[in-house]
Design a protein around this ligand. Structure first.
Ligand SMILES: [Zn+2]
Length: 392
């Protein structure tokens, strides 16, 4: 017989995992990702209408169906049987199937070698679960004690530890400081994975160690590889002090592993039928002005007040604390999708704030960054002249 206390413990365990009524464990077996581009005004209006009606469609780009009329294009996740209906209204050459079997692609992304039990057994071309990521962070700080310090920033709502990692040769005393957050959006797995790769690359180069080559891009001492930099160049990056939140949304990230790969927000429980705050919209400038930011069930829900979440509070207090010691030169948010490099400002200027004006070399900087990415990755990158966001 199950006693009340056992039931309570079980319920608590379930609550901790977030598996309670109203939370959906999502299976993407019947789903495909579709791209439609270069639509006429009429066709984009028609598509927007269709997508808005369909409950099970998830927009990838733009964020909402109504925005399709501006972009004249859309990437979206759709159930196969609904796609059939869409096919009746559009010509075959108007579709491109980006991912044919979404569940298979998800399972492929979750593949890991067996026996992952230390950072040395965690290659850089796989994704880590959050407990593995924490282990990797602790062991990285232990392996490079002179140049890496782990900082406990906060506890998340579900009780996970949120970490910051400071890396650099001068233990925080450099005149240049850069603040980086990775993975505010839970489903953007490649964001924290890229930060993890960068951290290891920079530290290994600065320590003169061979760099992990599991991702297939080792760095050489000569400039004759596909990468336009040498190990020495990479090592010199640690003349700067980097303050990094490598896995900035632990609860949401873990949820993408155990329940819904497409989850984007954190897992804040505000007592409604839906959960989660879009951490990227939980900042003061432009708060609750974007689409969906006032609606709890939307992926861009911003909460009723800014800086209300443990993750954004930790972000805010850490960068303020650093900036008071010595000015922070730059802040970078690492996201994914769209091949977009977005400099400030997107939602309006923060008059009187810490980063209220552009640096004098901002245009040169963005052009140079775009050029370097093109050189090293041959990607189509847009150096957006529009803004991203101001958070202080
Ligand atoms: Zn994002």
């Amino acid at each position: 017989m199950i006693t009340i206390s056992v039931l309570q413990t079980l319920l608590k365990a379930l609550l901790y995992a977030g598996v309670v009524a109203g939370d959906e464990l999502v299976d993407y077996s019947e789903y495909k990702v579709v791209r439609m581009r270069n639509l006429t005004e009429l066709r984009s209006a028609k598509l927007a209408q269709f997508l808005a009606r369909e409950k099970k469609v998830q927009m990838w780009e733009p964020d909402y169906p109504s925005q399709v009329q501006q972009t004249k294009s859309a990437d979206f996740l759709i159930e196969e049987k609904r796609l059939l209906r869409l096919r009746e209204q559009f010509a075959p050459n108007e579709f491109e199937i980006l991912i044919d079997d979404v569940e298979a692609a998800i399972n492929e992304q979750k593949r890991q070698p067996t026996n992952i039990n230390s950072m040395e057994s965690m290659p850089y071309d796989i994704f880590l679960t959050y407990p593995q990521a924490e282990r990797w962070l602790r062991e990285t700080a232990d392996k490079f004690p002179e140049m890496a310090q782990l900082k406990h920033l906060a506890k998340t709502e579900q009780g996970r530890d949120l970490w910051g990692l400071q890396i650099g040769k001068h233990a925080g005393n450099s005149d240049k400081r850069i603040f980086v957050d990775c993975g505010f959006h839970a489903r953007e797995w490649i964001a924290p994975a890229s930060c993890r790769y960068f951290i290891n690359l920079a530290l290994s180069a600065a320590y003169g160690l061979p760099v992990d080559t599991s991702s297939g891009s080792s760095i050489q001492t000569q400039r004759d590889t596909h990468l336009p930099f040498t190990a020495e160049d990479v090592a010199s990056l640690l003349d700067i002090d980097w303050f990094i939140m490598p896995f900035a949304n632990p609860d949401g990230y873990e949820w993408t592993w155990i329940a819904d790969r497409m989850w984007r927000k954190n897992r804040a429980d505000y007592g409604g039928t839906c959960k989660g705050i879009d951490l990227n919209r939980n900042f003061p400038v432009g708060h609750r002005t974007g689409m969906g930011t006032t609606v709890e069930c939307m992926i861009t829900y911003a909460d009723t007040t800014p800086i209300s979440q443990p993750e954004t509070k930790a972000w805010d207090s850490w960068i303020r604390e650093l900036h008071e010691e010595k000015p922070v030169s730059a802040q970078i948010s690492v996201h994914t999708y769209s091949q977009l490099l977005m400099p400030p400002w997107a939602t309006g200027r923060d008059e009187g704030g810490l980063f209220a004006s552009d640096p004098p070399n901002s245009v040169e900087t963005r052009l140079l960054a775009t050029f370097c990415i093109l050189m090293s990755h041959s990607l189509t990158v847009i150096a957006a002249i529009i803004n991203f966001r101001v958070k202080m």
